[in-house]
Ligand binder design. Structure first.
Ligand SMILES: Nc1nc2c(ncn2[C@@H]2O[C@H](COP(=O)(O)OP(=O)(O)OP(=O)(O)O)[C@@H](O)[C@H]2O)c(=O)[nH]1
Ligand SMILES: [Mg+2]
Length: 300
């Protein structure tokens, strides 16, 4: 995490420009679904993950968009060879910063829906259809997979307890019943990612989830599977570090969102980087405002 926050806009803009120059129309006319993957030193894992992704999701054409930041192995090359659009960021900033950039590429490239998965092969791509179904049916804006409702391979009791404790914590804090707050396989309307403030460079899952809930989006869960990592190792540190970092983001985001909602509406819409999105949504994310890349919405 060597980049300072103030550098983020410059780094993102340069990465968007390089991505657009490399992929041209492919980047500026994305199909309706972008499958966004943050990848850091995932050589050996990313290729099979990309190859295993469905070409259509819920009947809509899908394309993988990989954001690799500061990888020193063949992650980018392997992902390109497997057919992904790859955005290379020269400096490592973390999964949260990479996903935020991936969401921006998806929105500005004209995707209507975003699916996320990880580069480490822990998720089952066959389950993407069931996650996007409630969104295409107009019943939800954001759907996360849940290992608690589905299944998990790990025998690690600390991990299992952590998943349940954080689920309970976020359920109590937000009033929205959630059984798994860190599941990386998710589906959402692309606009959702522009409406929520995303500041966390690495432990991003709860910031997105709490933001989505507190902005009043309709959230649903579907049973899903998480496997053990077969290649490479976790980028998140040991259990204690992961839990502490995650807890900091949970309470920090909850407090930030609580204060945001207590501000009078006029103060909320003036001078704090928010902007109006299509469909009347208000964006907390300053990057959501102008669409630098493109383009016409897809019918659906
Ligand atoms: N671009 C980018 N991706 C990252 C970074 N850190 C992690 N990732 C990716 O984020 C995904 C999840 O990272 P993991 O290290 O598997 O973390 P996790 O799945 O939350 O936790 P584990 O259960 O320990 O595997 C993988 O695709 C990683 O390659 C990073 O600094 N930059
Ligand atoms: Mg993982």
């Amino acid at each position: 995490m060597s980049a300072r926050v103030s550098d983020d806009g410059v780094i993102d803009s340069a990465a968007v420009q390089a991505f657009t120059e490399e992929f041209g129309d492919q980047a500026t006319s994305l199909p309706p679904v972008a499958i966004v993957i943050a990848a850091f030193n995932e050589e050996g894992a990313i290729g099979p993950v990309i190859e295993g992704l469905p070409r259509t999701v819920g009947g809509l054409t899908a394309v993988p968009v990989v954001v690799s930041d500061g990888s020193v192995d063949a992650t980018g090359k392997e992902a390109r060879e497997a057919g992904a659009l790859v955005c290379d960021v020269p400096v490592n900033r973390g999964q949260g910063a990479a996903l935020r950039l991936g969401y921006r590429l998806a929105r500005e490239g004209g995707a209507d829906y975003i699916v996320t998965t990880d580069a480490d092969g822990q998720y089952n791509p066959a389950e993407i259809d069931s996650l996007i179904a409630p969104i295409l049916a107009g019943q939800a804006d954001f759907v996360t997979g849940s290992r608690t409702l589905g299944s998990e391979e790990t025998k690690d009791p600390v991990r299992k307890l952590g998943v349940r404790v954080f689920a309970l914590t976020i359920s109590v804090l937000t009033g929205q019943r959630i059984s798994d707050t860190t599941f990386g396989l998710r589906a959402m309307r692309a606009e959702v990612t522009g409406a929520v403030l995303l500041e966390q460079p690495q432990y991003q899952a709860s910031e997105l989830l709490i933001g989505v809930i507190t902005h009043g989006f309709r959230v649903a869960e579907r049973p899903a599977t998480i496997h053990r990592r077969q290649v490479g190792k976790s980028k998140k540190g040991n259990n204690a570090f992961y839990a502490l970092s995650f807890a900091r983001v949970v309470f920090g985001t909850w407090w930030r969102e609580r204060r945001r909602r207590q501000r009078p509406p006029a103060a909320r819409s003036a001078g704090d980087g928010r902007s109006q999105l299509a469909g009347g949504l208000v964006a907390d994310n300053p990057q959501a405002a102008p669409t630098a890349i493109k383009s016409a919405p897809h019918g659906q």
